[in-house]
Design a protein around this ligand. Structure first.
Ligand code: GDP
Length: 921
């Protein structure tokens, strides 16, 4: 409005007749046609300068014209200061500031502070004020300091001053009113906030009080004490907010109100929410981040949070388009090309995982290429490479020995000094020549087993201490076990003790044993057994062995012959001495400390203890807590047991020890290596497993094909005998599988479709049904559910307890010798319900006959968890204190087992008989 001042208004304002003003303007060189024309501020300034020059000779020098506006400003401030001291101190300060600003702006620009136009109003009159008088500024500026110019004030100027003052007062009042409105608004806000806060406090207090009351009954006072706090709070807070809001520029009020609002929210739990909102807004719609953005974010938010999930996954893979940005996900700009290592074969599932695809997608892709494969199926290298390339990735041939190399390097690290070690002995010989008896005798008499109650555990091997040193025996007599170990590359045995019965002489298996030992390059010691017998003829044995190139020392050879008796113990010490002597000659050495390595002798799955493996340490020291790789298994040694059931702290070279803590049952003959960290152990084991699985899958697929081809080509010519083999220990499983498969000939092909440790289960039975296989249970039995399937499907199930019998039977079948065979038939099963001790019979088992009939005259076996633990005869069979010959199904009886006192509740005693049956294929 001030800018729209007309001449008439200006004249009114300065109290000058319009005509005079027009005249002055004309004199100053500005032509105006009428009193309603608008006068601009420049024109006003020009007029002011002119008037000064004409009127103010006494005070204004020529140069002061240019400085006039500056002086006006300064003077205005002065006046305000005076006013400040008169009014309320708080508001006055504000007024001064605002006036000053408005004043300057009014002079320079066109009132940018439009909404607060009030202060601008007085600015105009101030600017206009000087129009009339020559020096309107000076008197206003310095009435107190410089009263001199005030004295000669003419009425015209006084009037101007008065009006100016009035205008200023009006302005001030207006500002005060505005400030008051603001203050009230702020107060109102604060009051509302505090009310809300108090309400929340009250609710909280009530809740707490309720809780407290619930806890301690009489805590209602809490609520009471919390309530008065409510009005107390707003009181001191009330004046604070307006004061704070005041000193800022008018705009700041709004901002402060905002700040106050934020504060209000911020003082509660919503802070997080507010920040989150902000963050969400900030990052919304910007999935694609520039490098600068990412850098900024990392600066703002510090270290990347481990957000896991997909992003973590992307980073881990190092692939994808994300690159180094720790926070943002960036859509890949180019397809990710992965390098996939593919071995001989790979399963579809594994390939899909490596390609980071779903299994179904790979199956689909294969299907499109004309290959039908399920997700679990193995595909060969070429197909895998094709499909990988088809999917846009790169295939490389997997080096399947990565981890093996690492393992090798790892075990080569520790190389200490080799020292003499005990010999490892295997006992071989013909059946019934006394191998088991000899081993038993040595174990019984030489192992310090007093503490363990005289019972030695069968762990597959044991060591004895002789005056001449320690000797370790592998307690798995039989050639099959020996050769299968050797076939797998495990050279465990240092010395073979060949047992030949002095009353029987050299027999087929004796010759076989000699050949095996020679092939393995292992020296022989001949133990001529059964020397206690009257018909013992050791010389005959020596002579007969000559034909096998086994020459006794007394004949000028280098083979030691020792005459022994496993029954009486004759010559056993001499035999042990002979072994020690032989060991000395062999100069057996091993590194006794450092990380251990060795071979698995035997393994089984124990119901309570999990996988159990007997290992023979060959180098280093095996300790509890060691991490080891064992064939395709790995684990941490949880416990070590020796043959007496004690837990040694460690086992050194040539010492057999039972290990607990493996991930699964390793195979007999597997090597084991102790490694520093579990990771490597796991990696190696897994790689081996994958390799084994791949080859197995491929070979089984091939076999099936072969089967069909064989059938087609030869018609009915070649028979296929499928076998499912289950045995009590891994050693027997291997020995049987190898021996039986080796029996294949042109007429019959023997095919082991499944072999494993433990009782015959439902799945074994099912696979036998599927492939029309014969089930062989070696010292194991079928459980109830398996038996049901076997019976329902007419599966041929045979139980054995002597490897030789199995081989013999299958051999006869294979060679087409159809005649009669002797088979064992189980005639009855008794379940042990209780065990009593009898002074006469030892342990007597209180039994219930659950199947068939138990006859006193027939042989029996004791089964624990479907595994044979003892085979022998009945000592006694009683019903109500009376000896009986047989007990039938459903009746109770007392059974005493001859020479076996370890019968337990839950065991089964099976009674069987041997019968002759005509052979069938
Ligand atoms: P393996 O088949 O070679 O393990 O032979 P065994 O150890 O089972 O023995 C077969 C039979 O020979 C058993 O009945 C033993 O009691 C018996 N026997 C073993 N050693 C001797 C011995 O030194 N003297 C006598 N008289 N009999 C023995």
């Amino acid at each position: 409005m001030s800018q729209q001042t007309t001449i008439r208004k200006l004249a009114e304002l300065v109290n000058t007749p319009v005509e005079k003003l027009l005249e002055q303007l004309a004199t100053a060189g500005m032509k105006f046609s009428g009193p309603d024309q608008v006068v601009t501020s420049t024109e006003k300034m020009k007029l002011l300068g002119f008037l000064r020059r004409t009127h103010g000779k006494s005070e204004a020098s020529a140069e002061s014209v240019g400085e006039a506006p500056k002086k006006i400003t300064l003077n205005r401030r002065k006046v305000e200061e005076v006013t400040v001291s008169a009014g309320r101190s708080k508001t006055t300060v504000n007024v001064e500031v605002r006036q000053k600003r408005t004043y300057v702006k009014a002079a320079e620009a066109e009132a940018p502070e439009a909404p607060r136009a009030a202060p601008a109003a007085p600015a105009a009159p101030v600017a206009e004020a000087p129009v009339a008088p020559a020096a309107p500024v000076a008197p206003v500026a310095a009435p107190p300091r410089n009263p001199a110019p005030a004295a000669p004030i003419d009425p015209e100027r006084a009037e101007i001053l008065r009006k100016l003052e009035a205008s200023r007062a009006r302005n001030l009042a207006e500002q005060q009113a505005l400030a008051e409105v603001d203050r009230k608004r702020a107060e109102e806000n604060e009051r509302k906030r505090q009310e809300a806060q108090a309400e929340r406090d009250r609710v909280e207090a009530e809740r707490k009080a309720a809780e407290a009351a619930a806890r301690s009954g009489g805590a209602t006072a809490d609520a009471g004490s919390a309530a008065p706090a409510r009005p107390a709070r707003p009181a001191p807070a009330a004046p604070r907010a307006p004061v704070a809001a005041r000193p800022a520029a008018p705009r700041a009020d709004d901002r402060n109100n905002n700040a106050a609002r934020h504060k209000t929210r911020g003082s509660h739990a919503m802070v997080a929410g507010v920040e989150d909102d902000d963050a969400t807004k900030r990052f919304a719609g910007q999935l694609h981040l520039s490098a600068a953005d990412r850098a900024r974010r990392s600066n703002v938010r510090g270290k990347p949070k481990p957000t896991g999930g997909r992003r973590g996954f992307e980073q881990q893979r190092g692939g994808g388009g994300g690159g180094s940005g720790p926070h943002g996900f960036e859509r890949p700009t180019a397809p990710v090309v992965r390098e996939i290592a593919i071995g001989e074969t790979i399963t579809v599932a594994d390939l899909a995982q490596k390609l980071a695809l779903k299994g179904g997608d790979v199956v689909k892709a294969l299907f499109k290429m004309g290959v039908m494969a399920t997700i679990t199926q193995s595909i060969d290298h070429d197909t895998a490479v094709l499909i990988t390339e088809e999917l846009g990735h790169k295939a490389v041939r997997a080096d399947s020995n990565d981890f093996e190399d690492a393992l090798l390097a790892h075990s080569e690290e520790v190389q200490g000094e080799a020292r003499p070690r005990p010999p490892v002995v295997t006992i071989m010989g013909h059946v019934d020549h006394g191998k088991t008896s000899l081993l038993d005798y040595i174990r019984r008499t030489k192992i310090a087993s007093g503490e363990a109650g005289g019972i030695t555990q069968h762990i597959g091997a044991y060591h004895v201490e002789t005056p001449k040193g320690v000797i370790s025996f592998l307690d798995t007599p039989g050639h099959a076990a020996f050769t299968s170990m050797r076939a797998r590359g495990a050279k465990l045995t240092d010395i073979v003790v060949l047992v030949v019965a002095a009353d029987d002489g050299v027999m087929p298996q004796t010759k076989e044993a000699v050949q095996h030992a020679k092939a393995a390059g292992v020296p022989l010691i001949v133990a001529v057994n059964k020397m206690d017998k009257s018909d013992a003829d050791p010389l005959r044995v020596k002579n007969e062995l000559l034909s096998q190139d086994v020459v006794a020392e007394e004949f000028g050879g280098d083979t030691q012959f020792v005459e022994v008796s496993a029954k009486t113990g004759l010559g056993i010490d001499t035999l042990l001495d002979a072994i020690s002597l032989q060991a000395e000659v062999l100069e057996l050495k091993a590194v006794p400390d450092g990380r251990a390595s060795g071979t698995v002798i035997e393994s089984s799955l124990d119901k309570g203890r999990g996988p159990v493996a007997t290992v023979l340490v060959q180098q280093g020291q095996l300790k509890k807590g060691d991490y080891l790789v064992c064939g395709i298994q790995y684990g941490r040694v949880r416990a070590l047991f020796d043959e007496t059931g004690k837990q040694p702290d460690f086992a050194g070279p040539s010492i057999p020890v039972q290990v607990l803590g493996l991930s699964g049952v390793p195979d007999a003959g597997d090597d084991f290596v102790v490694v520093e960290d579990e990771r490597l152990a796991k990696d190696v084991a897994q790689q081996r497993e994958a390799k084994r699985r791949e080859t197995r899958l491929v070979s089984s697929a091939g076999n099936r094909m072969e089967d069909i081809l064989a059938q087609m080509g030869k018609g009915e010519g070649q028979q296929v005998l499928n076998l499912v083999i289950k045995a009590d220990v891994q050693g027997s499983v291997q020995a049987l599988s190898q021996a039986l498969v080796a029996l294949s000939n042109d007429d019959i092909r023997i095919n082991v479709i499944h072999a494993g440790v433990g009782g015959i289960t439902e799945s074994d039975a099912n696979s036998a049904v599927a492939s029309k296989a014969t089930v062989i249970g070696f010292n194991v039995r079928a459980d109830a559910s398996a038996r049901k399937i076997i019976e329902a499907n007419g599966v041929d199930l045979r139980y054995f307890s002597i490897i030789y019998d199995v081989i013999d039977q299958v051999k006869q079948v294979a060679s087409g010798l159809l005649g009669v065979e002797i088979r064992e038939e189980i005639i009855g099963i008794a379940e042990v319900r209780d065990v009593f001790r009898s002074s006469k019979f030892g342990a007597v088992a209180g039994c219930m006959i659950v199947e068939g009939v138990v006859k006193r005259s027939k042989p029996i076996r004791v089964l624990r968890d479907s595994v044979v633990v003892f085979e022998g005869e009945l000592e006694s069979l009683r019903r109500f204190k009376e000896n009986v010959e047989e007990v039938r199904n459903g009746t109770e009886c007392g059974i005493g087992v001859k020479a076996y006192n370890d019968v337990k509740v839950g065991d089964q005693i099976e009674c069987f008989e041997r019968i002759e049956v005509p052979r069938t294929l």
